[in-house]
Design a protein around this ligand. Sequence first.
Ligand code: DAH
Length: 342
Amino acid sequence: MNANLEQIKQEIISGADGLNSSKEVYEFRKQYLDGKSGKIGLLMREMKNIPNEEKAAYGKGVNELKEWALTFIGEIDEKMKAKELQDRYEAEKIDISLPAVENAEGNLHPITLVKNEIIDIFAGMGFEIFEGPEIETDYYNFTALNTPQDHPARDMQDTFYLSPEFLLRTQTSAGQIHVMEKKQPPIKILSPGKVFRSDDDATHSPMFTQMEGLVVDKGITLCDLQGMLDEFVKKIYGEGTKTRLRPSYFPFTEPSVEVDCSCFQCGGAGCKLCKGTGWIEILGAGVVNNKVLENCGIDTNVYSGFAFGIGIERTAMLKYGINNIKLLFESDINVLNQLNDK
Ligand code: DAH
């Protein structure tokens, strides 16, 4: 009997030499230790055929063999699994000295950068954002802004009409009316957005971007406008920049002004950018015409306001030294990479 157990033990020892994977170890273990079909399992089942006086010794012998086999094969299994893990690590090893695959990094378009910068500056002064529709009625774009039919000022802007009533807005000033119709003062809003005009040359595009500003409250004057714009130009063009107001005409403001800032390139001495004048025109503005306030049901005995309109492309062209507006719309990656503030 002992010879039989010893034979199985030797068989296990020599059989283990040929094992090459944890899967093979698993099958090998089953071959001997499976309760029903394993060789050691079957020895246990033999118990009933063993004479009573030999049963104890037989059982002990089989159990010892079973314990030994469990430990022996268990150790092989552990070693095999550790080796397999190591092999996997080797196979998946990453060479960190290899040059990285470079992904092109995107950045915001200069128009978006300038728009965000202007919004940041005015948001710091307490302005809220209102975005009006790009398709407007004649009323919001012109009539309510004190520019009725046949008003000569309509010729200042070549309008894309969609019908006699509807048009593509030519100015974000239309947003002023929407806001004042909905809300009584105090009002302090910025209205950014696309505007459209039948105009196309090196500095004009049929679609461009404006940013409207409107403040309506008690006792607002032109001084408040200039105070705010002084802050604005310092932040966007540099600390030393100053503003200057020149009389102008817009139907929705009275008085109306054209705002210049001192040339941020030559500091006012005169250069190519400011065409030798030391000043650069940056926006139109003025005190809100009483007629506009009245059109929106705002009491002009109590309230007054100022408004301004900034061209974003123009601001971007000045800031980045671009002389052709088309460069902002062509999406040439070589140009856009140069206009990155990052
Ligand atoms: N809407 C004008 C334009 O498109 C710009 C403008 C001028 C806006 C004066 C204003 C303003 O609010 O007060 O040319």
